[in-house]
Design a binder for this molecule. Structure first.
Ligand code: CP
Length: 306
């Protein structure tokens, strides 16, 4: 029963609870009209202290498509946060107006703090370089719908694996399923954090780290590309030096199998050439669409409406 719970970390829910969310997502995809009034009279608050296109707008579209309404802010400066209000006081106030909150914050752990003070469900919509659990739900639903399974997959992660919170969350989530293997492709300076490596060891997952995508792409079932996260770098010179470490183009993709699925949480900068978008293996815009459906299912579950 997910009613009234918070979603802060991708491990907050059991595999069975995740399955419930994916089943409901599939029902919504198959028959969206059946759900168009489910959240009538309910309000979602989107508290975004950091920029977003997909996460905020897909949450808002999700609530509107469920017949509910949306309030919130898309930058901290347009709220009383600019006057020094704490996360705790902001959520205690917003909980008086809304039924559920989606929060993105540049500080790691801020949504966790919010959940301690909130009387309504808090959904972590991305906290610093830490976790992004609803992107993980999106990624898992996409993989399940396209590949038909979440186990026995060889998954390559490529790019900024140090700061990419979607990477940390998805590795953690996929390592719970049987026989998944991970190939982590990054420059030495952008390798996964030690805590992610420890998670992999703890779950007995097979993994390897390397620098050259073209040497491993032919082995992969899934290739998860990521951008280099400019906003997390301490100096611009390092960002400029590393930003084009990987550019997925026709030459590279031709080394992948015909069954390869290419995902990217987006936004993309340079790491996937536009020429790849027409390739049937490029699934990142489909992935963005599934993000809205899985958020519809999550909202319905947390409000106890399904
Ligand atoms: N994938 C993702 O989190 O995108 P936004 O930053 O646009 O929300």
């Amino acid at each position: 029963m997910l009613k009234g719970t918070h979603l802060i970390d991708p491990m907050d829910y059991s595999i069975e609870e995740l399955d419930e969310i994916f089943q409901l997502s599939n029902q919504i995809i198959a028959n969206p009209e059946e759900f168009s009034n489910l959240c009538h009279g309910k309000i979602l608050a989107t508290l975004f202290y950091e920029p977003s296109t997909r996460t905020r707008l897909s949450f808002e579209a999700a609530m509107l498509r469920l017949g509910g309404q949306v309030i919130g802010f898309s930058e901290a400066n347009s709220s009383s946060v600019s006057k020094g209000e704490s996360v705790a006081d902001t959520v205690r106030t917003v909980a008086c107006y809304a039924d559920i909150i989606a929060m993105r914050h540049p500080k790691e752990g801020a949504p966790k703090v919010a959940s301690i003070y909130s009387s309504i469900p808090i959904i972590n919509a991305g906290d610093g370089g830490h976790q992004h659990p609803t992107q993980t739900l999106t990624d898992l639903l996409t993989i399940k719908r396209i590949k038909g399974r979440l186990s026995n997959l060889k998954v390559g992660f490529c790019g900024d694996l140090k700061f990419g919170r979607t990477v940390h969350s998805l590795i953690k989530a996929l390592s719970r399923y049987e026989d998944n293997k991970f190939i982590l492709v990054s420059p030495d300076e952008l390798r996964v954090p030690e805590y992610t490596r420890k998670d992999l060891v703890k779950s007995n997952s097979e993994f390897m780290e390397c620098e050259k995508l073209e040497e491993v792409i032919g082995q992969l079932d899934i290739l998860y590309m990521t951008r280099v996260q400019r906003e997390r770098f301490f100096n611009e010179e390092d960002y400029i030096r590393l930003k084009d470490s990987y550019i997925l183009d026709k030459n590279k993709i031709n080394k992948g199998t015909s069954e390869l699925v290419i995902l990217h949480p987006l936004p993309r900068v340079n790491e996937i050439s536009y020429e790849i978008d027409e390739d049937p293996r490029a699934c990142y815009f489909k992935q963005a669409k599934y993000g809205m459906y899985v958020r519809m299912a999550l909202i319905a579950k947390l409000l106890g409406l399904r």
